[in-house]
Design a protein around this ligand. Structure first.
Ligand code: NDP
Length: 688
């Protein structure tokens, strides 16, 4: 199907495994640059109760049967398939007003988020169905009652209500953590640009990679969908604060305590440090960043810089530099490759932005850019939603309200002066919670004062200076590994943030009980749980034979002064506590010379390792190493090594094994404790 040639098309929703049209003609969606009709959107007649039931009853169980690694592999395959189709998405994306560079953020940024979660999922999550949260909590003196927090996928459905500005990224950045967690989703893109989201979902469905019911799509109004959400469902929203508040207080959401994540308006700021005078590298970087944030995606980014906070003495130079730079940005038809800024998403949206600029002029004056007459290098000024970048200046930001309150969702920013760092922080805070603010300074003291002052009001703070100029991902880019969201006015939600984002779709439960039973639930051995020692050394067992709880209690070894001196000379670690009896005694922790912690660990390895080639392939590290009791010459060490967790890798002939390692002395006191991390073959003895 050639979706571009068929315009205007009637968009379809993907519900309960079938594509379906609304029963009415619906609303016409127009190309942002030409005004030509692109698609018709309507969702009348959709049975939302059936959609919810289908996701909960079909998609959820299918996803939950898969392990974290299987879901991660699914995301990777999906990302690869979508990447192969990307040109089709780019072609349609132009109708949203996006230039090629804007579409890159939306399309490849979205697909990149899938890749990123696929990779993080395999590296940071176990290949199992239960995620552990934190350490074991010992709850009884005799070790018979312990607890472990676990996370399991919620058994409802995630409803994602998305904004118009990033139809692809906005959808995929929420889908990636949702699917990785094991929850199905219903996506409702904003109508204005739903045709691109619909095309991407069509291609996702075509791949056949997702289980039936894992993904559904609503093009048009969500009807009574939200009336029907229940206690295991999640609703996420991106859009205006007004709609967000309405949805957040929806009776079904409040009544059923539905987890609700909101990302709304945000008066993000950029602060020029007091040290960054005109001529300093940071001044130039600041100008470049502000101009880029104003014009990229025509300023229709949730993270765009709306408030430009600069030392009073540098404001004139800043306005001149920004004005010159903005005047050079070619505005026009997004399909024209010379164009760097396209139109807004719709003419209605342009009228909305013009109205907000008018609001801002109650406190600020326009110092660059005419909001009324767009200066185009190509395209039709009448038909398209074009708007020049508009820069305002507010001389008394302390007394002003609109500049801290009004979000003009377009290429619009206001410069405001400050005199002290404290004042700058105060101005930033007036945004009452933002997604991101950036600080441009090369002075560590300024960076610390500004960032600590504003951090509680932000989900992300970026520091820009000459050193990171080339490598910086920029003010406006939410990254899969970093939190995206902000307190207060920004909605109070949190998305992405690596595995933090996955946890939003899971329930945290404290599981208490006898260690053996808790370990049976978590799949991870814990102190007090049954263990099997004797018989074959666990290092001789491949993953096919090895079981959690397999244990070895080693022979003993007495540490001598010669051992300590030999180790000190051999490694060069002649720290006084190992070498100087008098100095060691003067140390409050020791009663004389002690063995190096690393000597204890090395001797422990010498005790527990089975040396011959076998299924254990490599030791790739240790976790949580602690030295708990000093080891003196004459002390006798013994090791107890227990197989703690087994995580076989998909598409590999080995997996990770975590071993609990406890080193004790002749009195039974624990001198060292840590987890040993190894790679172990799935089958065979490893000798072949
Ligand atoms: P809206 O809040 O109107 O819409 C956002 C999403 O909510 C859309 O998918 C919309 O669907 C849906 N929606 C609207 N009303 C309801 C409802 N009653 N029940 C369920 N879903 C609903 O925002 P817009 O996209 O129209 O943008 C308006 C303003 O929001 C922008 O000018 C900007 O200020 C701000 N905005 C902020 C963003 C941010 O990330 N901070 C991103 C985008 C916008 P439909 O499109 O079908 O109405």
């Amino acid at each position: 199907m050639n979706v571009v040639a068929d315009r205007p098309r009637r968009l379809e929703s993907y519900i309960a495994g079938a594509w379906m049209r609304g029963s009415k003609d619906g609303v016409t969606l127009c190309d942002a640059a030409t005004g030509a009709p692109v698609a018709l959107v309507d969702s009348s007649g959709i049975d939302f109760a059936a959609a919810l039931a289908y996701g909960r009853e079909k998609g959820g169980p299918a996803l939950r049967r898969m392990s974290f690694h299987e879901r991660a592999m699914m995301l990777k395959a999906l990302a690869q398939a979508l990447m192969e189709r990307k040109e089709e998405f780019y072609a349609l994306s132009t109708a949203t007003g996006a230039t090629r560079a804007d579409s890159w953020i939306d399309i490849e940024g979205g697909i990149g988020t899938l890749f990123s979660y696929a990779s993080k999922g395999r590296r940071e999550l176990p290949n199992s169905h239960v995620l552990l949260d934190g350490d074991v909590e010992a709850l009884s003196r005799d070790g018979t009652f312990s607890a472990q927090h676990i996370l399991t996928p919620l058994q409802g459905i995630a409803v994602h209500i998305n904004a118009f500005n990033f139809p692809c990224w906005g959808m995929l950045e929420k889908l990636a953590p949702t699917l990785l967690a094991g929850m199905p989703a219903i996506v409702k893109p904003a109508s204005q640009t739903a045709y691109l989201a619909e095309l991407v979902v069509r291609r996702i469905v075509d791949t056949g990679l997702l289980p039936e019911g894992a993904l559904q799509l609503v093009c048009g109004s969500p009807g009574d969908l939200l009336d029907r959400v229940g206690d295991q469902d999640v609703v996420t929203f991106t859009g205006s604060a007004t709609t967000g508040r309405k949805l957040k207080t929806h009776p079904a959401i409040v009544g059923n305590s539905v987890r609700f994540t909101m990302e709304a308006d945000s008066l993000n700021a950029a602060v020029l440090g007091l040290d960054a005078a005109p001529g300093a590298e940071e001044f130039g970087l600041f100008v470049r960043e502000v101009a880029r944030e104003m014009t990229s995606k025509a300023g229709q980014k949730c993270t765009a810089i709306r408030r430009v906070i600069a030392p009073r003495a540098h404001c004139d130079a800043l306005i001149t530099a920004l004005g010159e730079r903005l005047a050079k940005v070619p505005l026009g038809d997004p399909a024209d490759e010379n164009v760097r800024m396209g139109p807004l998403a719709s003419r209605d949206q342009r009228e909305e932005v013009r109205a907000r600029i008018l609001d801002l002029t109650t406190d600020a004056e326009i110092v660059a850019g005419d909001p009324a007459r767009p200066q185009l290098v190509s395209g039709d000024a009448e038909a398209g939603a074009f708007l020049n970048p508009v820069l305002l200046y507010c001389d008394s930001p302390d007394a002003a309200r609109s500049v801290h309150d009004v979000e003009a969702f377009g290429p619009v920013s206001t410069v405001m002066p400050y005199d002290t760092a404290e004042e700058a922080v105060d101005l930033v805070r007036r945004g009452r919670g933002s997604l991101v603010t950036s600080v441009f300074t090369n002075d560590p003291d300024i960076a610390r004062e500004l960032v600590i002052g504003m951090a509680p009001f932000h989900g992300r703070v970026m520091i820009g200076n000459r050193l990171s100029a080339k490598s910086s991902t920029g003010h406006g880019s939410p990254l899969p590994g970093l939190v995206h969201g902000g307190p207060g006015r920004a909605g109070g939600g949190e998305e992405l943030g690596g595995m933090r984002g996955v946890r939003h779709y899971m329930q945290r439960t404290a599981v208490q009980g006898a260690p053996g039973l808790v370990a049976a639930v978590t799949g991870r051995w814990m102190e007090g749980a049954p263990a099997r020692s004797g018989g074959e050394h666990p290092f001789r067992k491949s993953l096919a034979e090895l079981r959690v709880g397999d244990q070895i209690v080693t022979e003993t070894r007495t540490v001598t002064l010669e051992d300590i001196e030999h180790f000190a000379e051999f490694t060069g670690d002649t720290f006084y506590a190992h070498m100087d009896e008098e100095a060691a005694r003067a140390n409050p922790f020791f009663d004389g010379r002690v063995a190096h912690g690393y000597l204890v660990v090395s001797l422990a390895a010498g005790l527990f390792v089975d040396p011959a080639p076998g299924p254990v392939l490599a030791n790739y590290g240790v976790d949580g190493m602690r030295f708990l009791t000093p080891v003196y010459p004459g002390d006798t060490l013994q090791v107890r090594l227990t197989c703690k967790e087994i995580s076989p890798r998909i598409n590999s002939d080995y997996g990770e094994v975590r071993w609990d390692c406890r080193v004790t002395n002749q009195t039974g006191a624990t001198v060292a404790q840590y987890d040993v991390l190894t790679m172990v073959a799935k089958t065979g003895s490893g000798e072949e």
